[in-house]
Structures are given as C-alpha cells and as structure tokens.
Design a binder for this molecule. Structure first.
Ligand SMILES: *[C@@H]1O[C@H](CO)[C@@H](O)[C@H](O)[C@H]1NC(C)=O
Ligand SMILES: *[C@@H]1O[C@H](CO)[C@@H](O)[C@H](O)[C@H]1NC(C)=O
Ligand SMILES: *[C@@H]1O[C@H](CO)[C@@H](O)[C@H](O)[C@H]1NC(C)=O
Ligand SMILES: *[C@@H]1O[C@H](CO)[C@@H](O)[C@H](O)[C@H]1NC(C)=O
Ligand SMILES: *[C@@H]1O[C@H](CO)[C@@H](O)[C@H](O)[C@H]1NC(C)=O
Ligand SMILES: *[C@@H]1O[C@H](CO)[C@@H](O)[C@H](O)[C@H]1NC(C)=O
Length: 306
C-alpha cells in the first residue's frame, strides 16, 4: 500500500512537474513527508514566500552540500534521490516548494487540534463546535472508522445520513452539532470534516438515580411520614388519655357513688339506729348461742355487699 502510494506520488509529481502543475499535499501537524523532484544529480530546494523564494538547502549526489537556513531540530534532510524529507511538519511549513526553481508541491499542514474532552450526564443537551467554511460533515467515530451523522451547509442540514426518529440531531447557525437528550451510546469521538473535535463521554443517569432513590425516598419517608406518624400517635394518645380520664372519672364517680350508697346506710346502721339493728337481726336471725354481736353481723353484711 505504502509502496503503491509512493509510486503514485512519484508518478503524480513527475506528471505534474512535467506540466508545471503543483501537487497539493495535505498533512496533519507532526507528520513526516518527502517531496520528490526529478533531477540530474543536483537540487536546490526552495520554499515559496510571499516575497518570492527562500532557499532551504542544496544537495548533490545524494547528500546535502549547503543548508541555507538554520535547522536546529534537524528536520530537513534528503533521500538518495535528493527528495526533500521534512520531519515533524508544522503549519508554518505550509507553502509551495520549488525544486530547481520549479514549483512541485503545495503543502498544507493542518494544526493538530487537541480533541476536546466533554463529559455529560445522560439526558443533557450539548453542542459541538467546529471551525468551517460554511459546509460541515459531522461523523461519529465507530470501531471500524467513522459513521456520518449529517451534512450541513450555510446554517442548515442538507442530508441526514442516519435515521433520527427522535429529532435529536440538529445544527446551529454556525453548523455546530446540537445533540439533545444524550445517552451513553452517544459517547465517542465526533469528527467535523474528518477532523476529530470532541471526545464525548456520557455517564448514565442510572447511578445517579440509584443514589437519588436510596437517599431521597427514605428522606421523603422521614420528612412526610414521620411527622404524620407523630401527629397520629399524639392524637391517639390524647383521645385514649381523654377516654381514660373519662372512664377513670366515671369509674371513680360510680365507685364513690355506689360505695357511698352502700356505705352510708350501714354506717348509719353502725351508728346504732335500734330499729334497723332490730330489722337486721330479724332478716339475719342469729342463734342465741352465738356470741356474735349484731354489730359484727352488720359489718359482715357490709363486707358482703361491697
Ligand atoms: C491544488 O489546489 C488548488 C486550490 O486548492 C487547485 O486549484 C488545484 O487544481 C489543485 N491542484 C491539483 C493538482 O490538484
Ligand atoms: C499522520 O501521523 C499519524 C500518526 O502520528 C498517522 O496516524 C496519520 O495517518 C498520518 N497522516 C498522514 C497523512 O500521513
Ligand atoms: C495551495 O494550497 C492552498 C490550500 O489548499 C490553496 O489555498 C492555494 O491556492 C494553493 N496554491 C496553489 C498555487 O495551488
Ligand atoms: C482528553 O482525555 C484523554 C484521555 O482521557 C487525554 O489523554 C487528553 O489529554 C484529554 N484532552 C484534553 C484536551 O484535555
Ligand atoms: C445536566 O442537566 C441538569 C438538569 O437537567 C443540569 O442541572 C446540569 O447542570 C446539566 N449538566 C451539564 C453538564 O450540562
Ligand atoms: C475519550 O474519552 C474516554 C473517556 O474519558 C477515554 O477513555 C479515551 O481515551 C478518550 N479518547 C481520546 C481519543 O481522547
């Protein structure tokens, strides 16, 4: 594959140099590249600048003979065919490269944007921003590569590449991708025009809801049910107590009344009304042999009655 692409690159470059056309090469910051140039054993590599050209190096018979600019990081070298090898390209390496005054490659180095990490809780909405020129293809990283979500142009979605029954995907006027009600399955890398921009992590609400349930429900029970329980207890106690008081009052009343009724008469009797003593003696006849006095018999009667 690599051999093929190198061959293609060589062919393309030769074809384009032949037609004096420039090969466009796009790279991501940090990559290495080599620029080929047909030559007769001697090459001067220049880089195009706004004002013209600035020499990088001169090479002959497979080796650099002169470095025309400082190269502290040893990023420039040549291959045996005098191709220019540039290591760890940076955006400032972008530009037209000339081989013996012939422009051969238009190099574009895109800066390595840090993938923004975004963490969300399930159910939240989010939007993913992406610098663009009025057209964006939003992809989501999947195991096998990327899967397109939608294409948007000039502030509107032009194509939805995947079903979106719940209308969760939309775009803002700047073509930011708006995702509503995120779920853990939305986690992943999001690409804007093939450039990874956001690493989204959606944490499930389940854990949160478990805590919610395990804390809030008992709390609700305590807050609502306990006072109710207390109130109920208080009222029950009060009514029971009231009823008891009544009962006590009643029973005491009854007891005293009855006791008094029962008592007064005999006490009166005890006081020694001779008529009643005689009556008692008549209703409870005692043998003359008995040593028991009538008074004792009356006390026995009182005890029996009460
Ligand atoms: C290189 O890019 C420019 C502008 O982006 C375009 O006009 C030109 O045709 C491209 N050349 C090749 C060989 O693709
Ligand atoms: C740039 O380098 C990265 C690894 O550093 C690699 O995955 C990627 O394919 C390279 N891109 C090109 C265009 O060579
Ligand atoms: C070089 O590439 C850049 C970016 O693609 C483009 O804007 C510019 O027109 C190209 N220049 C030439 C001479 O092809
Ligand atoms: C994002 O997270 C990854 C791994 O968790 C980390 O390596 C990377 O530096 C983070 N990127 C940013 C921009 O914070
Ligand atoms: C997620 O949504 C909840 C309410 O639905 C909100 O309180 C919270 O701040 C949101 N979190 C983020 C990271 O947006
Ligand atoms: C994306 O985030 C997840 C979770 O933080 C992390 O494990 C993974 O390494 C990140 N991937 C990239 C490419 O930053």
């Amino acid at each position: 594959m690599r051999v093929l692409s190198v061959t293609c690159l060589l062919l393309c470059v030769s074809v384009h140099t032949a037609h004096s056309a420039v090969l466009n090469q796009s790279l991501t910051e940090g990559n290495n590249t080599f620029l080929y140039c047909e030559n007769d054993g001697k090459v001067i590599w220049d880089k195009g600048l706004d004002e013209g050209r600035s020499s990088i190096l001169t090479a002959e018979h497979g080796d650099i003979t002169v470095k025309h600019r400082p190269d502290p990081d040893h990023r420039y070298s040549v291959l045996s065919d005098l191709s220019l090898l540039i290591k760890r390209v940076s955006p400032s390496d972008s530009g037209i490269y000339f081989c013996n005054t012939v422009p051969v490659v238009n190099l574009t180095v895109t800066p390595l944007k840090a993938v923004l990490n975004q963490s969300l809780t399930e159910g939240n909405n989010t939007f993913l921003y992406c610098e663009n020129d009025g057209k964006v293809i939003w992809d989501k990283g999947v195991d096998e590569g990327r899967s397109s979500i939608l294409t948007a142009e000039h502030g509107d979605i032009t194509v939805k590449h995947r079903p979106d029954p719940d209308h969760r995907y939309s775009v803002l006027s700047d073509l930011s991708l708006l995702i509503k009600r995120v779920s853990p399955s939305d986690s992943g890398i999001y690409f804007c025009n093939t450039v990874p921009v956001v690493n989204l992590t959606v944490t499930p609400l389940k854990g949160g809801s478990m805590i919610f349930i395990s804390i809030l429900v008992p709390a609700t029970v305590v807050v609502l049910v306990f006072p109710l329980f207390l109130w109920k207890c208080f009222f029950q106690n009060k009514t029971v107590k009231d009823r008891n008081n009544d009962q006590v009052y009643e029973s005491v009343h009854e007891v005293t009344v009855t006791a008094c009724e029962n008592l007064y008469e005999p006490i009166y009797v005890l006081a020694g009304d001779p008529a009643i003593i005689n009556q008692a003696q008549k209703t409870h006849p005692v043998s003359s042999a008995s040593s028991e006095t009538p008074r004792y018999q009356i006390i026995q009667k009182i005890q029996k009655d009460t």
